[in-house]
Design a protein around this ligand. Sequence first.
Ligand SMILES: [Zn+2]
Length: 472
Amino acid sequence: MPLRFFNTYSRKLEDFVARDAASRKIDIYTCGPTVYSRAHIGNFRAYIFEDLLQRHLEARGFKVHRVMNITDVDDKTIRGAREAGVPLVKFTQQFKDAFFEDAELLRIKPADDYPAATDQRYIDKMISMISALISKGLAYQADDKSVYFRINKFPDYGKLAHFNLDELQSTGRVKHDEYDKEHIGDFALWKAQNEEDGDVKWDSPWGPGRPGWHIECSAMATTLLGDQIDIHCGGVDNIFPHHEAEIAQSEGVTGKKFVRYWMHCAHLLVDGQKMSKSLGNFYTIPDVLAKGYTGREIRYALIRVNYRTQLNFTWDGMKEARESLGRIDDWLERLREVAQRENGPSRTDDKRPMEESEFEKSLDDDLNISAALGFLFETIRETNRLMDENKLDENVAAKWLNWWDQINAVLQFQAEEAELPEGVAKLAEARLQARLAKDFRKSDELRDKLNALGWEARDTKDGQKITRRAGA
Ligand SMILES: [Zn+2]
């Protein structure tokens, strides 16, 4: 079965075909955090879905270039800085730092670029895009000096969110407080400076002001990835108006289809309810850590449900995450023990395929992680049973360990390596050096020494791994 994804634009599952099929290079743009407060677990659910997407595409041989923007100027960041009485840059920096700290803890692969909206390079691009839209009649400066996108002039407006302009009037999705606009749905490209903005302003052909949120993403995406990109992701709450506006702006300027596949992650609920500060069910990553959980356990809890399904976060769910990871840890220990055994059974009953397993195939099917994890746990049950009956030979155990390394490159579930005692660390380092010097006799001797101390050295494609020997 080919790789396929649900495209929000067509509302269909579509076979994935990269724009540049020969090179297998693909571009992904992901809307990043607005740095006015610490990101919450709902935000991180979306970022973990995007991480799963990137890692699975890489496992399938694609070369991914991913951009995640940082929104460091908008209404909320400006308000926050004003209330805190500090400059905008200082106010947003603390939340940028917190975001990177949390993302690392959740084992999210860093993007290739993290453009920030306030970078002059992108401000210039936003201004040139807005100028182009005005000259094409797609934007206008209103009496309030702000510049708006003229949605009536863009026939495809509403195609992503699947509603038409008449509905927009009646849904009440847009506040009726901006009287200067031609159409209630026209959105700001450039916001004229007002008193509350303080010194947050840039010069433009339309006077001092600041960009609207939507144009920030269009400018950063097209600057770094070009006029057309393969995949654009975000949470479902980004679909309208943010992504609808991104399409209108980008395609309005370039005349080319902006995005081939739009992918959106469903909401996260907490105890069956929408997360909110007033309900007291609003959690950041440090809030969950404070309850004694680890980054990898949070990752498990947030990744385990298919991205298009609402995920209900509960403390019971965190306990289950811990138990599930414990099952994986125990299984790996057992496999390692069998893999290094010399007088095990000479044949095995395990004939299940490891290459092209149901794990990879499930992820090909619109990232069906529930089915992929189902296959992993079925494998654990089955191989544990064979090990109980002494029917799994060391070669098969070693093969499952290799398979684990492959799927762990996508899942990132493996336990942190325990702190090595000093003597063990020295032997491990000496063995690493021996291998680099291609002195394999010495490296084998050192492996034996480590073994005698109860530690196991394995050589994986990510380098040498030292783990405690099972039963040692
Ligand atoms: Zn965006």
